[in-house]
Design a protein around this ligand. Structure first.
Ligand SMILES: [Zn+2]
Ligand SMILES: [Zn+2]
Length: 122
Protein backbone atom coordinates (compact mmCIF):
# COMPACT_ATOMS: atom_id res chain seq x y z
CA UNK A 1 0.00 0.00 0.00
CA UNK A 2 1.17 3.49 -0.84
CA UNK A 3 2.38 5.55 2.10
CA UNK A 4 0.80 8.95 2.59
CA UNK A 5 2.70 12.22 2.54
CA UNK A 6 2.88 14.30 5.73
CA UNK A 7 -0.20 16.46 5.23
CA UNK A 8 -2.34 13.51 4.17
CA UNK A 9 -0.99 11.46 7.07
CA UNK A 10 -1.94 14.20 9.52
CA UNK A 11 -5.42 14.43 8.00
CA UNK A 12 -5.89 10.67 8.32
CA UNK A 13 -4.88 10.81 11.98
CA UNK A 14 -7.33 13.66 12.66
CA UNK A 15 -10.04 11.79 10.78
CA UNK A 16 -9.81 9.00 13.37
CA UNK A 17 -11.00 11.44 16.01
CA UNK A 18 -13.95 12.72 13.98
CA UNK A 19 -15.65 9.36 13.82
CA UNK A 20 -16.02 8.74 17.52
CA UNK A 21 -17.23 10.53 20.62
CA UNK A 22 -14.71 8.56 22.66
CA UNK A 23 -10.99 8.92 23.11
CA UNK A 24 -9.00 6.73 20.73
CA UNK A 25 -6.45 4.25 22.04
CA UNK A 26 -2.98 4.34 20.55
CA UNK A 27 -3.43 0.68 19.61
CA UNK A 28 -6.66 1.55 17.72
CA UNK A 29 -4.86 4.30 15.83
CA UNK A 30 -2.07 1.97 14.77
CA UNK A 31 -4.68 -0.55 13.65
CA UNK A 32 -6.78 1.94 11.66
CA UNK A 33 -3.75 3.53 10.04
CA UNK A 34 -1.87 0.31 9.45
CA UNK A 35 -0.28 0.41 6.01
CA UNK A 36 -0.97 4.10 5.50
CA UNK A 37 2.00 5.24 7.56
CA UNK A 38 4.64 3.68 9.72
CA UNK A 39 4.55 3.90 13.48
CA UNK A 40 7.36 6.43 13.69
CA UNK A 41 5.36 8.79 11.48
CA UNK A 42 2.22 8.23 13.55
CA UNK A 43 4.04 8.90 16.84
CA UNK A 44 5.65 12.00 15.38
CA UNK A 45 2.27 13.34 14.21
CA UNK A 46 0.65 12.62 17.59
CA UNK A 47 3.51 14.37 19.40
CA UNK A 48 3.21 17.37 17.12
CA UNK A 49 -0.59 17.58 17.45
CA UNK A 50 -0.29 17.39 21.21
CA UNK A 51 2.39 20.06 21.23
CA UNK A 52 0.23 22.50 19.24
CA UNK A 53 -2.81 21.75 21.45
CA UNK A 54 -4.94 20.02 18.86
CA UNK A 55 -5.16 16.77 20.79
CA UNK A 56 -4.32 15.63 24.31
CA UNK A 57 -3.43 12.28 25.73
CA UNK A 58 -5.07 10.39 28.54
CA UNK A 59 -3.68 7.48 30.46
CA UNK A 60 -6.20 4.81 31.38
CA UNK A 61 -6.00 2.87 34.64
CA UNK A 62 -4.27 -0.02 32.87
CA UNK A 63 -1.60 2.36 31.58
CA UNK A 64 -2.88 2.33 28.01
CA UNK A 65 -2.55 5.64 26.23
CA UNK A 66 -5.54 7.33 24.64
CA UNK A 67 -5.86 10.48 22.57
CA UNK A 68 -8.73 12.92 22.14
CA UNK A 69 -9.37 16.13 20.25
CA UNK A 70 -9.06 19.27 22.35
CA UNK A 71 -12.28 21.04 23.01
CA UNK A 72 -12.21 24.57 21.62
CA UNK A 73 -13.88 25.93 24.74
CA UNK A 74 -11.25 24.63 27.10
CA UNK A 75 -9.30 27.56 28.40
CA UNK A 76 -5.77 26.90 29.49
CA UNK A 77 -6.63 27.23 33.15
CA UNK A 78 -9.42 24.77 32.98
CA UNK A 79 -9.10 21.10 33.31
CA UNK A 80 -11.66 18.56 32.34
CA UNK A 81 -12.61 15.17 33.61
CA UNK A 82 -12.09 11.89 31.85
CA UNK A 83 -14.54 9.11 32.27
CA UNK A 84 -13.40 5.51 32.04
CA UNK A 85 -16.06 2.83 31.71
CA UNK A 86 -15.17 -0.12 33.88
CA UNK A 87 -17.26 -2.43 31.64
CA UNK A 88 -16.07 -1.65 28.12
CA UNK A 89 -12.96 0.39 28.87
CA UNK A 90 -14.08 3.32 26.71
CA UNK A 91 -12.68 6.69 27.69
CA UNK A 92 -14.57 9.91 27.14
CA UNK A 93 -13.77 13.56 27.78
CA UNK A 94 -16.32 15.20 30.01
CA UNK A 95 -16.13 18.71 28.65
CA UNK A 96 -17.58 20.57 31.64
CA UNK A 97 -14.64 22.61 32.89
CA UNK A 98 -13.39 21.87 36.36
CA UNK A 99 -11.57 24.40 38.45
CA UNK A 100 -8.61 22.88 40.21
CA UNK A 101 -8.28 24.19 43.75
CA UNK A 102 -5.03 26.03 44.35
CA UNK A 103 -2.40 24.22 46.39
CA UNK A 104 -0.59 26.74 48.62
CA UNK A 105 2.97 27.42 47.44
CA UNK A 106 2.67 24.99 44.56
CA UNK A 107 2.35 25.92 40.95
CA UNK A 108 0.09 23.61 38.98
CA UNK A 109 0.90 23.07 35.31
CA UNK A 110 -1.69 20.49 34.44
CA UNK A 111 -4.03 18.02 36.02
CA UNK A 112 -5.43 14.67 35.02
CA UNK A 113 -8.65 13.58 36.62
CA UNK A 114 -10.07 10.18 35.79
CA UNK A 115 -13.49 9.15 36.99
CA UNK A 116 -14.56 5.55 36.66
CA UNK A 117 -18.05 4.14 36.16
CA UNK A 118 -20.43 2.68 33.59
CA UNK A 119 -21.03 4.43 30.26
CA UNK A 120 -24.37 4.94 28.51
CA UNK A 121 -23.68 2.06 26.11
CA UNK A 122 -23.14 -0.51 28.85
ZN1 LIG B 1 -19.07 1.14 28.64
ZN1 LIG C 1 -10.01 15.01 27.43
Amino acid sequence: MKRLNNTKAKQSVLQCFEETQFAVALSELTEILDGKMNRTTLYRILDKLEEIDVIHSIQARNGKKYFARNCKHNGENHSHLHFECSECGRIKCIVTPVNIPPVPNYRIHSSRILIVGKCDLC
